[in-house]
Design a protein. Structure first.
Length: 730
């Protein structure tokens, strides 16, 4: 066998490394898989997956042996060579049996009564309840009671296959092993009655269960406590006739068992006074104990199962709390958005509303650009077409695709190019600020296109000397694809409607990098654009709030940007945004305890940002998780109605946001699909950001691939776009 050449081996190693999924992707995926597994396990142990509530009607009895129909309540069909036999309880002995437990409310009370009168009995437990309340099974065994199987989730076994019967028994035994470290040889079929009620449907089940090594235990005295007829009636029904022995049927689960507990307090001492002994089944029959200790792998398997069930129960409780929290947050957010957005729209549209005297003095527009050759021509042309006096400074951040040369060759008036080595967007913006001539500085991305009126609308709020920054209205230009349409909804509803709300609350969290303006004095006071976080726009906005500046929203200052067109690019962008927002919140956390403007922002702005931009998006998918859970496990109708109610609230908010932005409503047709698919992607991205933050990871700036297809509505197509086929600039 020949050994591959070193170059081939190295190539294969590189391919192997490329195929390996990064841990930052694996952790969210594994978390979601684990969460789904826990929910499935919860549905499993709550009888919500394989539940079968059919009950067999009475059938003929001609195939049931006569000795079984006329025999005792214990049926031994374990022998394959001899006929089945039955056993009776000796006189003056009572075997109390309790079905359907353990129950966290009633089983402890039943056990307390038995302990009080030094009585013992047999508890026929279901696997679903035993796995959820293992401590009660353990207490039964420790206090000397016997435990029997009542199947895992209580189906009528006459409807089930032998495979399903085996599964019911084995899963029931698994729960017992995990709860008390035992297995048992006692079995009681669900919906069973006296021995003479055995028929041609139930008898084959008894035979099969006997062949698996189990004693089938029915009863010959039914207290009928499940009817809740009253304490006296239960006690009379449970009393054997003429001093005979009996197996008495009672229940410690399945509903309100207060009458059963009260009846035991009357029945036990009364029968003991008559000379009756309350004992285990095997003690009454003089047989070996029904319990066998479980060791080794079987024991650890049972304990692992019970532990997993416990975790699933706690996780579900946490999820329910989380669902309640997100429900409150979603309704509060939507309510605030609608109310405050309406107030914002009324304020802006008032005839007497004004920021002050109209501004006409020139401004500087900064365009940081890194490998934006496909977009930069449209960007710069849109600025030159502005109806407001301005200078344009393109800061080329070490592009290798000829971006700077392309702008130079365009020879547009008022446009300058500043070149620097690649240092990142914050450094490029600070370099641009240093070269800017004017006191108001507009910032935009290299892939964004302004309308002619955008700069004029954006700078008017600076007539108010308290305003330090203004957020514009970023619009998705490439909305023809499904992802683009979803992002269009998100921008109009999730960003711009939010900004109206935050404007009214005085805690605008972010000046979008695509369209924002700053007062130079404000930037100088906070030290310019910071490189501490990956969300420099959020970072600088929070810093301005803490310095006492107003940050407002100009809804008519529209900018058209190119949103990512692939899931991978969208993931990269939102991952950076989410992680950068967390960094900014953490950086400015001391504002919560500070005084003055910083303290006001810290105690109002930071909680709002944390709740509505971090916690709420992280918890929002719980709505869809419980939708899936309800569809699979029920109640399906109520679940669907609740989910549609949430969707209706979102649709109302989205429609109002589209109306404010004068957008066509047809894009909202994809809203339901956006909520099912797009929101889950955003959830995974945010979860990944949390994991990166908690593990101390460091995320790099990630450049997105652009196509240059976005132009301002109504603009003329660019003519004679210069060739970008250039060698890299040194």
């Amino acid at each position: 066998m020949t050994t591959p050449a070193p170059r081939v081996r190295n190539h294969r190693k590189k391919q192997s490394r490329r195929r390996r999924l990064p841990m930052r992707y694996m952790l969210p995926f594994l978390f979601l898989v684990a969460l789904l597994a826990m929910l499935m396990l919860r549905g499993y142990v709550h009888s919500e997956i394989l539940a079968d509530h059919r009950i067999q009607p009475p059938a003929a009895t001609d195939r049931v042996p006569e000795q079984v129909l006329e025999g005792g309540p214990v049926i031994d069909a374990r022998s394959t060579t001899e006929p089945a036999k039955t056993l009776r309880i000796p006189d003056h002995r009572i075997v109390l049996t309790f079905d359907d437990g353990p129950d966290p409310v009633w089983t402890p009370r039943v056990l307390d009564k038995l302990k009080e009168y030094d009585a013992h009995g047999v508890f026929f437990v279901t696997g679903t309840m035993a796995s959820r309340y293992p401590d009660l099974v353990e207490r039964m065994v420790k206090e000397g009671h016997e435990v029997g199987l009542h199947t895992f989730n209580h189906p009528d076994l006459s409807y089930q296959s032998t495979g399903r019967i085996d599964w019911e028994l084995s899963q029931n035994q698994l729960a017992l092993a995990g709860a008390a470290g035992i297995r048992t040889s006692l079995f009681r079929p669900p919906y069973s009655s006296f021995a003479d009620a055995m028929d041609d449907k139930s008898w084959p089940v008894t035979q099969y269960v006997g062949s698996r090594g189990y004693l089938t235990v029915v009863n010959n005295t039914d207290s009928e406590d499940w009817k809740r007829p009253g304490v006296g009636v239960i006690s009379r029904n449970a009393t054997p006739k003429h001093g005979k022995g009996a197996i008495v049927l009672m229940h410690d689960s399945g509903g309100d068992r207060s009458q059963t507990v009260a009846a035991l307090g009357h029945f036990l001492p009364k029968m003991q006074e008559k000379g009756y002994e309350f004992t285990n089944l095997t003690d009454a029959l003089g047989a070996p104990s029904a319990h066998t200790p479980v060791t080794g792998y079987a024991l650890w398997k049972g304990k692992a199962f019970v532990s997993a069930v416990e975790v699933s129960e706690h996780i579900t409780d946490v999820l329910v709390v989380g669902l309640a929290v997100i429900g409150v947050l979603v309704l509060a957010r939507f309510g605030l958005m609608l109310l405050l957005s309406f107030a914002h729209a009324r304020r802006v549209r008032k005839k007497d509303f004004s920021w002050g005297d109209p501004l006409t003095r020139p401004v500087s527009v900064l365009v940081p650009a890194y490998n934006e050759s496909k977009c930069i021509a449209n960007t710069v042309r849109s600025l030159v077409a502005s109806d407001y006096p301005l200078e344009v400074i393109v800061i080329d951040d070490g592009s290798t695709d000829g971006t700077a040369d392309l702008v130079d060759r365009m020879r547009l008036p008022g446009v300058r190019v500043v070149r620097q080595r690649n240092a990142g967007k914050p450094a490029a913006l600070n370099n641009g600020i240093a070269h800017a001539r004017y006191d108001i500085i507009v910032m935009m991305d290299g892939d964004t296109v302004f309308e002619p009126s955008t700069v004029r609308e954006l700078v008017q709020p600076f007539a108010d000397p308290r305003v330090g920054a203004v957020a514009g209205n970023a619009k998705v230009g490439n909305r023809d694809s499904l992802i683009g349409a979803w992002q269009h909804i998100e921008y109009v509803m999730g960003f711009n409607l939010d900004r109206r709300m935050y404007d009214m609350l005085g805690c605008m969290p972010t000046i979008p990098g695509a369209v924002g303006a700053f007062r130079r004095e404000a930037l100088n006071r906070i030290g310019g654009m910071s490189e501490d976080t990956l969300a420099e726009d959020t970072d600088v906005t929070m810093a301005l709030h803490r310095d006492g500046w107003r940050v407002v929203y100009a809804e008519n200052a529209r900018a058209w940007t190119e949103a990512p067109e692939s899931v991978q690019q969208l993931w990269s962008q939102r991952y950076r945004w989410s992680y950068g927002t967390m960094q900014a919140i953490w950086k400015h956390r001391r504002a919560v305890i500070e005084r003055g403007p910083s303290g006001r922002f810290g105690r109002v702005g930071l909680p709002f940002v944390a709740l509505f931009m971090v916690v709420a998006p992280l918890l929002a998918p719980l709505i869809d998780v419980f939708l899936l859970y309800g569809l699979v496990f029920g109640p399906t109708g109520q679940t669907v109605v609740a989910w549609l109610g949430v969707l209706a609230v979102q649709a109302v908010c989205a429609a109002y946001a589209f109306r404010l932005d004068r957008e066509r409503m047809t894009h909202l047709l994809s809203l339901p699909l956006q909520q099912v698919l797009y929101r889950q992607l955003m959830y995974v991205v945010l979860l990944q950001s949390w994991i990166t933050a908690l593990t101390g990871g460091r995320l790099r700036w990630q450049k997105l691939r652009r196509t240059g297809v976005v132009e301002a509505p109504g603009s003329m197509p660019s003519q004679g776009r210069p060739s970008t086929d250039r060698r890299p600039v040194a």
